[in-house]
Design a protein. Structure first.
Length: 487
C-alpha cells in the first residue's frame, strides 16, 4: 500500500487583506509552544493557513490565472515562450517534462503543507478552554471550524487535479487524506473514499460555523461591504477587526458553497442543488440577499465582480505578479488570448461585459494581436480591495450547479433559466439560448464558463467534469510527484 511523507511548517504573518489584526514576531519561524500559548497565537496560525493558500503555488497564481487557465487553453500558445518555459509545456500537457515537473511538485507540496498546518491547529484548539480567547467560545469555535473547512477544501482541490473524475476513477488508490497531527505516513485512498473524508470535514465545519456566523449580529458581517471592504460592525457582532472580512475566510456560506461544488463533482446533484440554493437565497438580518451579481456598469472599476464572490483569498502583490505575464516587453511569456479566439467569443453576444473592452473586463492589444483579462490589471481607478482579491467561489457557479440538477431531470427550460440568471447579469440578451438534451446544456455551460471564469481556474474543472477535451491531447490528471512527498 502506497504511503506519503509530509512536512509541517509554520509561517507567521499578518493576513494583509484584513489589516493589522495582530502583532507577531518578525522572525522566519515561531516556536509552536509560544504560538498556541494565547488566543492571538491561534489567530496567527489561522492567518498563516490563508496566506499559504494565497501563495503563487496555489490560488495566488497556478490554480487561477496561471497553470489552471493554461490547461484550459485560454492563452495563445505562441505567446507562452520557448520549450524551457513551464507554461509552454503545460499547454501541451507535457506533465513529465523536466521544466514543468517542479511546478506540479510545488502545487502538491504547498497543498499538503497547508493541510499539515490545519491539522496542528485543529489538534491544539480542540483541547483549549474558551477563556484563552478574547471573544471566548465564538472565537475558538470560529477558528476551529475554519481550520477544518480549509483542510477539507485543500484536499478537494488536490483531488480535482491529481485524480481522475469520479466516473473514470473506479476503485484505484490515488492520494492520502491527512486528518491528524503529527502524521508522517497515511495510506492512499480511492476517489469515493476521498470524497467521503472531504464531505465529513466540510459538514463538520459547517455545523461548527453555524454556531458562529449565523448568530444574531454575525450575519450582518457577511454583507459585501463588510465581507471584503471592512468597516464598522454593529449590533451584537464583536467590534474586533478579526471578525470582519469574512469573505476572505471559510465562513458558513463559503463552506456551504464548497459542499455544493463537492456534490456536483460527486454527481450527487440534488444535494448539490440544495446547497447551491441555500447560498443563492441566503439573506442578512434585513432580509436582503447577501450575494448579488455585481452591477455590470461597474465592471471597469470592479473587475473581480466581488459582490458575487462567496469565498476569496488575498495577495497584496497580485497585480504586480501578473504584470510579469502581461504586455511587458521583456516578459518570457504573455498570458494573452489569441485575438481571433476573443473575437469569436465576444461575437456571441455584443452586450456581454465580461469579454467587452468598452467598460468590460478585457484589454485588446491590436499591435500584438492578443487580448488580456483586466481582472488582474493594476488600474489607477480600482480600489485596493479589488486589486488583491483572488476569486475562489462565486455566485454564478451556484446557478450552474442548480441548472445541472434541473437538466439531469430533463427540465431543460428551467436549467436554461438558471444559466440566464448569470448571462442577464453580465449584460447578455436573454431568451437567445435553449437546450433539448444534456449535451446541449453542457455546451451552453462551457460557453458561458469560458467567459465567466477567465483568470479564475475553473474552466479546466468543468471540462474535466463533462469529459470535454479542449484539445485532443488534453490530460485531466496530473501525475504524482516522483518522490510522492510533500517535503
Amino acid at each position: 500500500m502506497r504511503k506519503i511523507n509530509i512536512l509541517y511548517v509554520i509561517i507567521p504573518l499578518l493576513l494583509s487583506a484584513c489589516g493589522n489584526w495582530l502583532d507577531v514576531k518578525p522572525s522566519n519561524e515561531v516556536d509552536e509552544e509560544d504560538l498556541f500559548n494565547s488566543g492571538s497565537g491561534y489567530r496567527t496560525a489561522l492567518n498563516g493557513i490563508y496566506k499559504d493558500m494565497s501563495s503563487s503555488e496555489l490560488w495566488g497564481r497556478e490554480l487561477t490565472w496561471g497553470f489552471a487557465d493554461v490547461l484550459a487553453q485560454y492563452y495563445y500558445k505562441g505567446n507562452l515562450g520557448n520549450n524551457s518555459i513551464p507554461y509552454n509545456r503545460a499547454v501541451q500537457y507535457l506533465y513529465d517534462d523536466k521544466n514543468l515537473e517542479p511546478l506540479i511538485q510545488n502545487i502538491w507540496s504547498k497543498g499538503y503543507n497547508v493541510i499539515a498546518n490545519c491539522n496542528n491547529l485543529i489538534q491544539n484548539i480542540s483541547l483549549e478552554d474558551t477563556v484563552k480567547f478574547q471573544e471566548k467560545r465564538i472565537e475558538r469555535d470560529m477558528i476551529h471550524g475554519e481550520a477544518i473547512a480549509c483542510r477539507g477544501f485543500m484536499h478537494f482541490e488536490l483531488l480535482r487535479y491529481f485524480a481522475p473524475s469520479l466516473k473514470e476513477a473506479g476503485s484505484d488508490l490515488y492520494m492520502p487524506y491527512f486528518d491528524k497531527f503529527p502524521s508522517l505516513m497515511e495510506s492512499y485512498l480511492s476517489v469515493p473514499d476521498m470524497i467521503k473524508k472531504i464531505e465529513a470535514d466540510l459538514l463538520k465545519a459547517r455545523e461548527i460555523l453555524a454556531t458562529t456566523d449565523l448568530l444574531e449580529g454575525m450575519v450582518y458581517l457577511l454583507r459585501t461591504d463588510l465581507r471584503y471592504e471592512g468597516g464598522a460592525s454593529s449590533g451584537n457582532a464583536p467590534s474586533d477587526i478579526f471578525f470582519n472580512y469574512r469573505g476572505f475566510r471559510m465562513n458558513y456560506t463559503a463552506v456551504t458553497a464548497a459542499l455544493a461544488r463537492l456534490y456536483f463533482y460527486a454527481d450527487r446533484l440534488e444535494e448539490a442543488a440544495d446547497m447551491a440554493t441555500e447560498v443563492i437565497d441566503f439573506v442578512d438580518e434585513n432580509n436582503n440577499n447577501v450575494f448579488t451579481f455585481t452591477d455590470k456598469s461597474n465592471f471597469s472599476v470592479n473587475t473581480k465582480m466581488y459582490n458575487d464572490l462567496i469565498f476569496a483569498l488575498s495577495q497584496r502583490k497580485l497585480t504586480e505578479n501578473f504584470e510579469k505575464y502581461d504586455e511587458t516587453e521583456d516578459s518570457e511569456c504573455h498570458l494573452g488570448m489569441d485575438y481571433d479566439d476573443w473575437e469569436e467569443i465576444a461575437g456571441e453576444d455584443a452586450g456581454d461585459r465580461r469579454v467587452s473592452q468598452d467598460g468590460g473586463l478585457v484589454r485588446v492589444f491590436y499591435d500584438e494581436y492578443y487580448v488580456l483579462t483586466r481582472k488582474y490589471y493594476n488600474a489607477s481607478e480600482m480600489n485596493d480591495v479589488n486589486k488583491r482579491i483572488i476569486p475562489v467561489i462565486r455566485l454564478s457557479e451556484m446557478y450552474y450547479i442548480r441548472g445541472e440538477y434541473y437538466a439531469s431531470l430533463g427540465q431543460y427550460d428551467q436549467a436554461v433559466l438558471e444559466l440566464e440568471n448569470v448571462r442577464g447579469a453580465r449584460g447578455c440578451t436573454t431568451g437567445r439560448i435553449s437546450a433539448s438534451d444534456l449535451e446541449e446544456f453542457h455546451d451552453l455551460i462551457l460557453e458561458d464558463a469560458k467567459k465567466e471564469f477567465w483568470g479564475e481556474g475553473q474552466l479546466f474543472q468543468f471540462y474535466k467534469k463533462y469529459n470535454v477535451k479542449p484539445t485532443s491531447k488534453a490530460n485531466f490528471v496530473l501525475p504524482l510527484p516522483e518522490n510522492e512527498s510533500a517535503l
